[in-house]
Write a protein that binds this ligand. Structure first.
Ligand SMILES: [Ca+2]
Length: 217
């Protein structure tokens, strides 16, 4: 991780250090804490470097009260941007989901979907980040969120690997993959459905009109 400290932070650190009357330190990037709450007891906590990139948080922990239900490894970075997709979803009295945005640079950002039941993490899945607003793609009266997991290698000017667009729905039972719509839409896009994952072994001409399938304006 490459960090730079701006001079303002450095000055503050030096002033602080003078006040303390202690020896100078090369560590000019103190860690600051960040937290977000959902309801009375559920929270996410993370840290970031003062003078670093404030949008990138790490050491993420999920808590109910002071009990930890999820702890990311220390290298995984997260962002807390304003999003169209729900970040917290109450499913029933004892079950909820949290969707947190992972900064996966140089790859595409991801969403980590955590499902917690009776205080225990029961599911931890990486799903696509949704860059576009949701839309009722299949005309069933419900909105779908469309996204693809990552960018894939392109060949020549017009050839690409199979990279399915996945459609998720915000349902009563959770923020879930809409398998039927995903299969149908990818048949339209690619000519046939070749699964829910990127396929390194399948090359196609770049599909036309992909923006329409992602709701990119
Ligand atoms: Ca729909």
């Amino acid at each position: 991780m490459v960090l730079s400290c701006n001079s303002k932070v450095k000055d503050q650190a030096e002033i602080h250090h003078k006040d303390q009357g202690t020896a100078p330190t090369t560590d000019c990037c103190p860690l600051l804490s960040y937290s977000v709450s959902y309801g009375d007891t559920i929270s996410l906590e993370a840290v970031y470097y003062a003078g670093g990139e404030a949008d990138w948080k790490f050491k993420l922990r999920g808590l109910i009260g002071d009990k930890i239900f999820y702890q990311a490894d220390t290298l995984t970075e997260f962002e807390f941007n304003k999003t169209a997709w729900p970040k917290f979803k109450r499913i029933d009295r004892n079950t909820f989901q949290i969707l947190v945005e992972q900064n996966d640079r140089p790859f595409k950002n991801k969403i980590i979907r955590l499902t917690v039941k009776d205080g225990q993490l029961t599911d931890n899945v990486i799903i696509p980040h949704f860059d576009s607003p949701p839309k009722d793609f299949d005309n069933d009266g419900e909105l779908e969120y469309a996204g693809f997991l990552d960018f894939v290698e392109a060949f020549d000017p017009d050839t690409t690997l199979y990279n399915p667009i996945l459609y998720f729905e915000d349902t009563e039972s959770g923020f879930n993959l809409d398998t039927l719509t995903t299969i149908r839409m990818n048949r339209e896009i690619w000519g046939a459905f070749h699964g829910f994952e990127i396929r390194e072994d399948l090359k196609f001409l770049k599909p036309a009109g992909k923006e329409k399938y992602l709701n990119i304006k």
